[in-house]
Design a protein around this ligand. Structure first.
Ligand SMILES: Nc1ncnc2c1ncn2[C@@H]1O[C@H](COP(=O)(O)OP(=O)(O)OP(=O)(O)O)[C@@H](O)[C@H]1O
Length: 456
């Protein structure tokens, strides 16, 4: 890391109005400037050679395009002394930003509505430059890019014992690619990478779950003030013949075998689902739907809940077994659900699947508990009512129609003829289970990656 230069436009008089939660100063050109506290990302000390402080803040700039939307950019203000009102924002650069290795930035160009590159240019790159950090940028060229980078760079560094910080400008997809590569490796890892999330995806389940709910800027604040915490993961194993569904549902691709060739396994850190959730994620993963951001999930849900041909929503057929553990005795027990028809089935390690979609309110983020949630066939309106409750602070879990419990393992034996109803979702990836096949989910005992979690 190079010490950053303080600019020649250092201001020696700025004032803080604590009551109004704002910072004001007069710019070198004589204009009055003001920043709201909520837009301050942090304050850092300048290097010893140029004393003073640097305030990083977000500034809204009118867009040059006709849509009247404003662009958020990161700006800096260099000040000679620190007014008392700003001291709560003062931070020392954390260890994950003081590495010999440059920060490795991954821009996933197709995440969400395709804003990751602009987010990098407008706020992430200025952040790295204003802090004098060295960085290396990788832009995705295809759905394989993050998998390839993980194998060729991130895993290699981890095995060589090189501490590294990876900044992911993506949705959950970027994280799950890293998780899958790390957990499938049979190499001995010496040091877990620290991953910073800059939410740019559609659902951003992991980012929302750990508290990054106000867009990419919340990711920057976490980078400055947060702490690495290990990411719990799960393994989803599939019966032979199961395949990934790719290219907007048009193609199939093999699931990589474990490096030891033992099973078809995908590792995840967010959610494994079957039924309505998996179907709506799969159906809405098209360029056409992606334009609508997270609305795409609701749009696809409406189509599944109220099929155009006027029929009732599909009744998903299969047998579900749950393994639970008695918290007092530690004893495990297995239970086969008596219901063989389902509508919504998922197991998750996180509380939120979207910013406001609180699917598992009892789950502590990164706490390592897996929770199972299910309801059986319902009318479209009834299912929608439960979904809306999930958006209202996770109230659906109190509804008597919903099964909600902590589990160690889940097994589903699918009894569907059509592949369309045998699609499962693993952190956004879609797997078509073979006819007569099964899926088994289990918590992973290993902790191979860290996520930078904001401090409360
Ligand atoms: N240049 C590219 N060409 C093709 N696919 C890409 C490219 N860049 C990224 N992708 C793929 O696009 C998908 C983006 O997933 P990601 O999870 O980041 O966003 P999302 O699906 O919008 O968000 P979320 O998973 O949080 O709902 C990933 O599968 C990724 O591999």
């Amino acid at each position: 890391m190079a010490p950053f230069e303080s600019s020649d436009q250092t201001i020696d008089g700025c004032s803080v109005d604590v009551a109004a939660s704002s910072l004001s100063w007069v710019s070198p050109t004589g204009s009055d400037r003001q920043v709201d506290f909520k837009d301050i990302v942090g304050v850092v000390r300048n290097s010893d050679s140029s004393p003073g402080y640097r305030v990083l803040y977000l500034k809204s700039i009118p867009s040059e395009e006709e849509n009247n939307e404003s662009i958020i950019r990161l700006s800096k203000l260099d000040i000679v002394s620190l007014p008392a009102g700003l001291s709560p924002f003062l931070v020392d650069l954390p260890g994950h930003l003081r590495r010999e290795e440059p920060v490795q930035v991954v821009i996933s160009t197709r995440s969400g509505t395709g804003t990751a590159k602009a987010v990098f240019q407008d706020i992430v790159e200025p952040f790295l430059q204003y802090l004098g950090l060295e960085y290396r940028v990788y832009e995705t060229q295809s759905a394989q890019t993050i998998l390839e980078l993980s194998r060729s760079h991130f895993l290699k560094n981890a095995c060589a014992g090189i501490p590294q910080t990876i900044l992911l400008l993506s949705g959950d997809g970027g994280l799950v690619d890293l998780v899958d590569v790390f957990y499938k490796s049979t190499k001995t890892l010496q040091v877990a990478p620290d991953i910073g999330l800059i939410p740019c995806g559609t659902g951003n389940a992991m980012a929302s779950s750990i508290g990054l709910r106000s867009g990419p800027a919340s990711g920057l604040r976490a980078l400055l003030r947060g702490q690495p915490s290990s990411v719990p993961a799960f393994a989803a194993s599939f019966s032979p013949g199961s395949q990934l569904v790719v290219d907007e549902g048009r193609e199939h691709a093999p699931i990589d075998l474990q490096s030891d060739g033992s099973s078809l396994t995908i590792y995840g850190a967010v959610v494994a689902s079957w039924g309505l959730h998996a179907a709506l994620v799969a159906d809405s993963d098209t360029a056409e739907y992606r334009k609508f951001g997270s609305e795409r999930f609701k749009m696809a849900a409406k189509e599944l809940l109220h099929p155009a041909d006027g029929t009732s929503p599909h009744r998903f057929q299969g047998q579900i077994s749950l393994t639970t553990v008695d918290q007092r005795t530690g004893e495990q027990s297995q239970q086969i659900l008596k219901e063989n028809e389902h509508m919504y089935v998922l197991a998750t390690l996180v509380p939120r699947l979207e910013k406001d979609f609180l699917i598992s309110p009892d789950t502590e983020p990164l706490g390592g508990q897996m929770r199972f949630l299910r309801f059986g066939p319902l009318s479209g309106d009834e299912a929608m009512r439960l979904m809306i409750l999930a958006y209202q602070g996770g109230q659906h879990v109190h509804d008597e129609l919903v099964t909600y419990q902590e589990v160690e393992r889940v097994r589903i034996d699918f009894r569907e003829d059509l592949e369309r109803w045998r699609r499962v979702c693993i952190d956004g990836k879609i797997v078509a289970v073979d006819q007569g096949g099964w899926m088994e989910l289990s918590k992973e005992p290993r902790h191979l990656l860290n996520i930078i979690k904001p401090c409360e």
